[in-house]
Design a protein around this ligand. Structure first.
Ligand SMILES: [Cu+2]
Length: 184
């Protein structure tokens, strides 16, 4: 009975580690201000760690703005919307960050990109350490679990919160199993 219990415990730990590594985070672009001319996208993006598997969500009023993906640093700097490689206008546009590298976005509405409504982000490997300083504790890599930054907590989406809650629940289950195993 004891060995069975220990075996199950190991499996539970493995499940916990796997889920931790595959957790996708949704970054709502611009935070609570969303995709808007008044948002400071440089300061928003510098506070984020974008990882392979994460998603960007552009939230804005349909018709007022749009999202175009630009192919290069030059196109980004010059707001060369004619070179766009992708464009979206649903008001809640999701972009999957599926590989390491830099990506560029701008608003497709005339003049908005030139006013600064553009975003440049760099995606790092899924297991890369967070860009912001912090301890290497379980919670530091993901803003949704961090209590030190109320601003980033408010950025979390429902789905990333659910994933984090699931991991916490699993961690609690593993802890309980651990206690049970040693008390048999
Ligand atoms: Cu716009």
């Amino acid at each position: 009975m004891k060995s069975f219990c220990r075996g199950f415990l190991v499996l539970a730990f493995v499940a916990l580690i796997i889920q931790r590594k595959t957790l996708a985070f949704q970054h709502v672009v611009g935070g609570t201000q969303g995709w808007d001319e008044s948002t400071d996208f440089n300061s928003w993006s510098s506070a984020q760690t974008f990882r392979v598997g994460d998603q960007l969500v552009f939230k804005y009023t349909t018709g007022l703005h749009s999202v175009v993906e630009l192919p290069s640093e030059t196109a980004y700097k010059n707001c060369d919307l004619g070179s766009a490689v992708n464009s979206m206008n649903d008001g809640s546009d999701v972009v999957k960050l599926n590989k390491v590298g830099t990506r560029y976005f701008g608003c497709g509405t005339l003049g908005h990109c030139d006013q600064g409504m553009k975003l440049k982000i760099t995606t790092v490997a899924a297991d890369a350490p967070p860009s912001t300083t912090g301890s290497s504790s379980f919670s530091s890599s993901y803003p949704s679990l961090s209590s030190s930054s109320p601003a980033s907590t408010s950025l979390q989406s429902t789905s990333s919160f659910t994933s984090s809650a699931a991991i916490l629940a699993l961690a609690v289950v593993v802890s309980i199993l651990n206690i049970l195993c040693y008390s048999i």
